[in-house]
Design a protein around this ligand. Structure first.
Ligand SMILES: [Zn+2]
Length: 157
């Protein structure tokens, strides 16, 4: 009688009390990720977890990522599948290719926020200079300095 895949997974894991990660204690693949054989295939444990519990279809084009940055974790609540994160990464990659370093979300220092608030140049010039999105400059100019410094990714339409 064979054990279910779930039983095999939970035979070799521990819950990290600090992070809630389900840490795989079995063998590893690529030196970092948990590995397990299942239905004739060598799986990364976290990808298998996504298939079992997140309706992931094992599309080889889609990566399963760890929100917790713990490669041996297979807690489905810590995994990201699908296209949203891919899109974010693609945006960053395209930003780097354009030469603006994709830093629309970078944090400004309080001193930089004050400089921007006092500057007289156009939004575009300042956005390029500080490597942030126009909307960040716009928000600072509107006087939302604290918000702009702590949440530069926010939108301003
Ligand atoms: Zn985790």
């Amino acid at each position: 009688m064979t054990r279910t895949i779930e039983a095999r997974l939970f035979a070799k894991y521990r819950v990290n009390p600090g992070t809630g990660c389900w840490e795989w204690l079995g063998s590893k693949v690529s030196g970092r990720y948990g590995g397990i054989r299942y239905r004739g295939k060598q799986w990364r444990v976290h990808r298998l977890a996504a298939v079992l519990w997140l309706d992931f279809n094992d599309d080889p084009a889609i990566k399963v990522r760890h929100k917790c940055d713990n490669p041996i974790c297979f807690n489905p609540a810590h995994l990201l599948t699908g296209t949203h994160q891919d899109n974010m990464d693609d945006m960053k990659a395209r930003g780097r290719q354009r030469g603006n370093m994709g830093e629309h979300n970078r944090k400004l220092s309080p001193a930089q926020v004050q400089e921007i608030a006092a500057a007289t140049e156009s939004l575009r010039v300042l956005a390029d200079r500080y490597g942030v999105h126009n909307t960040v400059i716009h928000r600072i100019r509107k006087g939302k300095r604290a918000n702009a410094a702590s949440d530069p990714a926010g939108t301003c339409t």
